[in-house]
Design a protein around this ligand. Structure first.
Ligand code: C5J
Length: 222
């Protein structure tokens, strides 16, 4: 049987269900809610709220289709030994990584703010991958997890488009994975970065990926 085909840009994207995973990047309270890491950097977290409803619907369609689902979370161990000093010092946040905030210690594993928003809570059996960096391959066993599951194609969603989504898609592309980024299921604090970030992925014949909206992906799923 031929694989479902998503009408994507710059060309149709096949989604064989046994070798495609839905990857949900960093849909954590620390990025989406007031009082978290994103807000400490001066961002308007409301900019990310629009991602949640279409992603909830897409996640439910992927689960119903039996697709592998992988959630990622950016953050650090409590003693911050996996956080490079350069990352700790970066920028002029109101409070820094590891400091106490309204959602717990900023970007620290095990804290309330580090976990995934309620609407997208992982189900038992779904992989939850903790990563210290922006890319989901750096410092993790993602390549091994995908390999063992026979996954070669990724449908990528989450936040933020130009940081962790881009970094992960670029890392995946260099490792030989084909990536489809779902335009309304990724979000940025900056509308212009959202637009340009998506353009960059699919430019030049799909230089490092494909782009389609969630309605197109859902329509292709059984
Ligand atoms: C950022 C992320 N923006 N998940 N992290 O620092 O995109």
């Amino acid at each position: 049987m031929s694989a479902p085909l998503v009408p994507a840009e710059p060309s149709p994207f096949p989604v064989p269900l046994d070798s495609t995973a839905l990857v949900i990047i960093d849909m954590q309270r620390d990025f989406l809610l007031p009082g978290g890491f994103g807000e400490t950097l001066g961002n308007d977290v409301d900019q990310l709220a629009a991602v949640v409803p279409p992603l909830v619907t897409l996640l439910s369609a992927a689960r119903a289709a039996g697709m592998t689902v992988i959630h990622t979370r950016e953050g650090h161990v409590p003693d911050l030994s996996d956080c490079p000093p350069a990352k700790l010092r970066r920028g002029k946040p109101s409070i820094r990584i590891g400091d106490d905030g309204p959602l717990g210690r900023i970007l620290v594993r095990g804290e309330y703010g580090h976990d995934i928003v309620d609407e997208l809570a992982p189900l038992p059996g779904e992989t939850v991958l903790d990563k210290p960096g922006k890319g989901a391959f750096y410092g993790t066993d993602l390549a091994g997890i995908l390999d063992r599951a026979g996954i070669t194609r990724l449908i990528v969603t989450g936040v933020t488009t130009e940081v962790c989504v881009h970094t992960t898609v670029r890392e995946a592309n260099d490792r030989g994975y084909d990536c489809l980024v779902v335009s309304d299921c990724v979000g940025s604090y900056f509308p212009e970065f959202q637009r340009i970030g998506l353009e960059m992925i699919k430019a030049q014949g799909g230089i490092f990926g494909w782009v389609a909206d969630s309605a197109a992906v859902r329509a292709a799923l059984p």
